[in-house]
Design a protein around this ligand. Sequence first.
Ligand SMILES: [Zn+2]
Length: 432
Amino acid sequence: MQFHPQIAFEPLAVQNSFQSEELRKLLEYLQHNSPFYKKLFSKHHINIHNIKSVADLHFIPTTSKSDMQEHNWEFLCVPDDRIKEYTATSGTMGLPVTIALTENDLLRLAHNEYQSFLCADGKPGDVYQLMLTLDRQFMAGMAYYMGIRELGAALIRTGPGLPAMQWDTINRLQANSIVAVPSFMLKLIEWAHERGTDLKHAPVQKAICIGESLRDADFELNALGQKIYNEWPVKLYSTYASTEMQTAFTECGAGMGGHQQPDLIILEILDEHGEPLPAGAYGEVTITTLGVEGMPLLRYRTGDICAYYESHCSCGRHSRRLSPVLGRTQQMIKYKGTTLYPPAVFDILNNIPFIKEYVVEVFTNDLLLDEIRLHINTPLPVDECENKMRPIMQSRLRVMPLLQFHSAATIQQMQFPANSRKQVKFLDNREQ
Ligand SMILES: [Zn+2]
């Protein structure tokens, strides 16, 4: 496939017509090669030649995660012997989905991440320390690895965890950039503080942050982002991606949302009825992959709630920018007359200095309503913690959720259950 990264710098009208042309190619490809979409087109009487532009996309039904879970191999468009790698989703939201990549898909993935690092002010000569897993079928780890190589920068694969080893490596090899989960950066800060290390003299200048939002809806640093930045003033870049989309939305230096890569992905934001929403409105991120051979996706609903923006960005790109993730559609909590998403509760807890670790649980109470229970580890006596939390919770959530206190070890077990690739901070124990 030919990549056109410069298209991000073209006006939106140019991007739209480019994407419309790519969309027509994709529809032809799916019609010929995808058992799943062939069936879908025929079932819904869709003549792909009537879909002429991105604006016509809404005539095609969306694809959901459960479609992929139930018909995983019907999405495969190539013979098995063209598959070069099998990756998988984490499985934190039900059954894992396998995404098979061809050689070209791996090249596409590398290109995508190369462009992402460029967007996040990466350059040849940078030294990136990768603090995340490169195995366990995790696509992002390999994507970063390949992207950094293409960038012409150097790599250090330290993997996740082990703050002492991470610091030793940062200092020994003078890593000026890291790729990490924000909450792990807090562990690095804590470790450095305990040993009286002055973080201002650490060689790290920028951090590419994955998995957790750093900003609130106004693009200001949220409690987690602030906590990191106040202690360790490195430049923070948020990213948003998923295994299924095989493409990242990465912030530029302006930090005003993750830039779409128009040559690799079509972005729609849909309301609860599946209707496209305009810029600035929050809805479900729905994507169509461009240039994918193995398992391309058409109008795939990610379950993540975001908005997009089209206003001018100081970096010179005109590509749409994606807001921080407000939450996931399935995780919406109806709580005492309001609706909220777990990240909003995380943000409140991240702001409370005496809460060391937490897990937010939601369950169905006797009245069949959503109820929140906070599992907390705190150095304070239980009564004192509860008294101090009450006014904070009442002002932010209007009510005090149930509290359960745990040792650090128990919380650790709750956050990292066996076989989990990701830290678990939200437990959904609601009756379906
Ligand atoms: Zn920008």
